[in-house]
Design a protein around this ligand. Structure first.
Ligand SMILES: *Cc1c(COP(=O)(O)O)cnc(C)c1O
Length: 224
């Protein structure tokens, strides 16, 4: 049984338990630090969407794998001097967390490409995590993306810190879901809640995540 098959089975079981359809949950394969052959192999199994964390590494891979017509998601911390590469090469940027980045991505998105799909990364853990905006900033950032000509506001992304206690984990995912529902009520373009990784995809799917990002359990441990 391949890892891809195993992850798909886990998604299916979690979806069924939550009375949800598997087709409402997208799988993003997180390919950071994975070599091209592994990405090609997974694409051959039918995986379409890939997530990367490091801009230069990602751009090289996107160029090399151009023939496969894959969909690329940026999920790493964003330095403002790298936004041009993001705007030129990616289909989605999931880790947008400040106004300066929104303005630059909007200005730099090439006119011949469809609007860049944007998720706002929200930090629900306070001090414990550096990337992501605070929940207080969500409304302002969402409005800025929504008003940008070359960006499309699609939803939220989060990386909740692991919690031992399942109830605490449930609480954080349900808070996230509440913020997502509020945003979706305000903006018709919002349809994506990106949460859940190898270790917590079941909890995320139970809470209503529509996009999970899995690296280790799809590819095995990251090399080096
Ligand atoms: C690395 C990474 C993942 C995948 O994590 P795994 O534990 O390997 O599944 C998902 N999301 C983000 C933002 C990541 O940086």
């Amino acid at each position: 049984m391949t890892r891809f098959y195993q992850v798909t089975e886990r998604m299916e079981t979690a979806a069924a338990a939550a009375h949800r359809m598997l087709s409402d949950i997208r799988l993003i394969a997180v390919s950071k630090k994975q070599p091209l052959e592994r990405i090609r192999a997974l694409a051959a199994e039918g995986q379409q969407a890939f997530g990367e964390n490091y801009v230069d590494e990602a751009v090289a891979k996107i160029d090399e794998l151009h023939d496969l017509g894959l969909e690329w998601h940026f999920i790493g911390p964003i330095q403002s001097n790298k936004t041009l590469s993001l705007a030129e090469h990616f289909d989605w940027v999931q880790s947008v967390d400040r106004l300066k980045i929104i303005r630059r991505l909007d200005q730099q998105r090439p006119a011949d490409r469809p609007p860049l799909k944007v998720l706002l990364q929200v930090n629900l853990d306070g001090e414990s995590q550096k990337a992501g905006c605070s929940t207080d900033d969500l409304a302002e950032l969402a409005q800025a993306v929504d008003q940008s000509q070359n960006l499309e506001l699609r939803g939220l992304m989060a990386i909740p810190a692991p919690r031992e206690d399942p109830q605490a984990q449930e609480q954080i995912f349900s808070a996230l879901r509440q913020h997502f529902d509020d945003l979706a009520a305000r903006y018709p373009s919002v349809d994506t809640l990106s949460a859940g990784m190898s270790a917590d995809l079941e909890a995320a799917i139970a809470a209503g995540s529509t996009m999970i990002r899995v690296g280790t359990d799809l590819f095995g441990p990251r090399p080096g």
